[in-house]
Design a protein around this ligand. Sequence first.
Ligand SMILES: Nc1ncnc2c1ncn2[C@@H]1O[C@H](COP(=O)(O)OP(=O)(O)O)[C@@H](O)[C@H]1O
Ligand SMILES: [Mg+2]
Length: 233
Amino acid sequence: MSESVLQVQDLSVWWGPAQAVFGVSLELHSGEAVALLGRNGAGKSSLLMALAGWTRHAATQLDIQGLDARTWPAHRRARAGLALVPQDRRIFTDLTVLENLRMGLHARGPRPEGTPRFELEEVLDLFSALKPRLGHWGSELSGGEQQMLAIARALLSHPTALLMDEPTEGLAPKIIDNLQTALASLRHKGLSVLLAEQHQRFAMALCSRALVLHEGRLMDASHAQDLGLDGQL
Ligand SMILES: Nc1ncnc2c1ncn2[C@@H]1O[C@H](COP(=O)(O)OP(=O)(O)O)[C@@H](O)[C@H]1O
Ligand SMILES: [Mg+2]
């Protein structure tokens, strides 16, 4: 098996006193795409945010590219190649599309060998709907365009692994199809992906295996049918 970009043992996540994730272990190999499935409230976002260093968590192991990242703050994990596209997208509505993209360039770390290179021209080819919108304010974009911008900005930061949180949420079927095509092409370039989704068909079109979260714990895939999540596993 190829090397790990992310290796996690016994990860727990808290929001204030409330625990949202309980002892999750997972591994993401270089070039691999893994789906994180589960119902609303299962802990998908909490898990991704903890991996990116955005919320309080503890783990016995959290390695990024073989380095112990447990004490690293979010910006250091980002520079090490972990890029989170959060569920709420967090694009800057009072900056233009081009200025938003430049923020991704600022977050750039050294590009590890074997990591695909994404420059402005490439991400605009991938998400061509953004090209005529470069001078527009973030606030003027449709939901689909905002999602594309959030992913494009993350790609410009030189990620080794892209963590995406429900990118299809609220998008029309046609836009979801476009997104699927763009993400398939990213997979082709060898980018590692951890994709939280409730849209299972979309997730399994891109990912080679799935993890199922239920009430903050990873389920055995054989139990996933109890949740009606067995369709694509
Ligand atoms: N920002 C937050 N502040 C407080 N609690 C949160 C926050 N985000 C999520 N939670 C809580 O964590 C639990 C898991 O939610 P979440 O990780 O958002 O699940 P999912 O992404 O699978 O829908 C829920 O009980 C939710 O209320
Ligand atoms: Mg969520």
